[in-house]
Design a protein around this ligand. Structure first.
Ligand code: C2E
Ligand code: CA
Ligand code: CA
Length: 239
């Protein structure tokens, strides 16, 4: 009953799709589509998230390979990793296995973690270094909403910051949000990290981000998360 939806990630200068984020849905026989915010927490508590997470990684990689094999544009897929999956399982081993099984090149896979998963600093660094060795990208999701010290940013081998949607929502009117966004973008540039904004819903927000030097974005303004067939159509349009 699980499904993956795919939300396009867009280059703001060219308006081309440059990647996608895989977002899980539960297609319940009676209740219809259930959003992850309603079941991920429970899945974490029960430990089921480990099996679900493995299914997500495998399904997303298989789907990307299928699109590549069909000759469609090659995009990177970003996958959300849960805290348990990051700290209590051997994520590098799982990724190596799935990449080997599916034949997907690691550069097409991006792992989204959150700041809170990096609390155990030494163990997080060693996992992240192993992931870097595999060749996948690492991004920090919901950036700016956790409690991690900026000091970690220079110690963790990460590639990308994803500015949380709470800062984007009022970024055309709220001076504080504007200041925070500008600062995060500058900091990312100085640290040689990529930066993407999520939850972009209006042209005004997209313009503001581009003016500040944020070149990538994702949100309803460009596209909702799409089921496989609809995302495939977008890929075909982009050929
Ligand atoms: P997230 O990783 O921060 O994902 C972004 C959420 O914002 C998604 O909600 C997406 O549909 C929604 N969104 C995208 N564009 C916009 C926009 O322009 N405006 C607004 N208001 N919302 C937008 P979704 O799909 O309901 O997922 C909720 C959360 O569930 C995700 O937050 C993520 O933390 C978690 N999640 C989703 N899929 C997975 C998964 O496969 N594994 C794990 N561990 N967690 C997942
Ligand atoms: Ca995410
Ligand atoms: Ca997020």
């Amino acid at each position: 009953e699980f499904l993956l939806y795919y939300q396009p990630q867009i280059n703001l200068e060219t308006n081309q799709m440059i990647g996608a984020e895989a977002l899980i849905r539960w297609n319940h026989p009676e209740r219809g589509l259930i959003s992850p915010s309603e079941f991920i927490g429970l899945a974490e508590e029960t430990g089921l998230i480990i099996q679900i997470g493995e299914w997500v990684i495998r399904t997303a990689c298989q789907q990307m390979m299928k699109w590549q094999a069909d000759g469609l544009p090659r995009l990177r897929i970003a996958i959300n990793i849960s805290a348990k999956q990051f700290t209590q399982t051997n994520l590098p081993d799982l990724l190596r296995k799935v990449l080997h099984e599916t034949g997907l090149e690691p550069k097409y896979l991006e792992i989204e973690i959150t700041e809170s998963m990096t609390m155990d600093v030494e163990s997080a660094i060693s996992t992240l270094l192993e992931l870097k060795e595999i060749g996948v990208l690492i991004s920090i999701d919901d950036f700016g909403t956790g409690y991690s010290s900026l000091n970690y940013l220079k110690r963790f081998p990460i590639d990308k910051l994803k500015i949380d949607q709470s800062f984007i929502r009022e970024c055309t009117s709220d001076i504080n949000d504007q200041t925070i966004i500008k600062t995060v973008i500058l900091m990312a540039h100085f640290l040689k990290l990529q930066v993407i904004a999520e939850g972009v819903e209006t042209k005004g927000q997209a313009n503001f981000l581009l003016q500040q030097g944020c070149l990538e974005a994702q949100g309803y303004y460009f596209s909702q998360p799409l089921p496989v067939e609809d995302f495939e159509e977008k890929l075909i349009q982009q050929m």
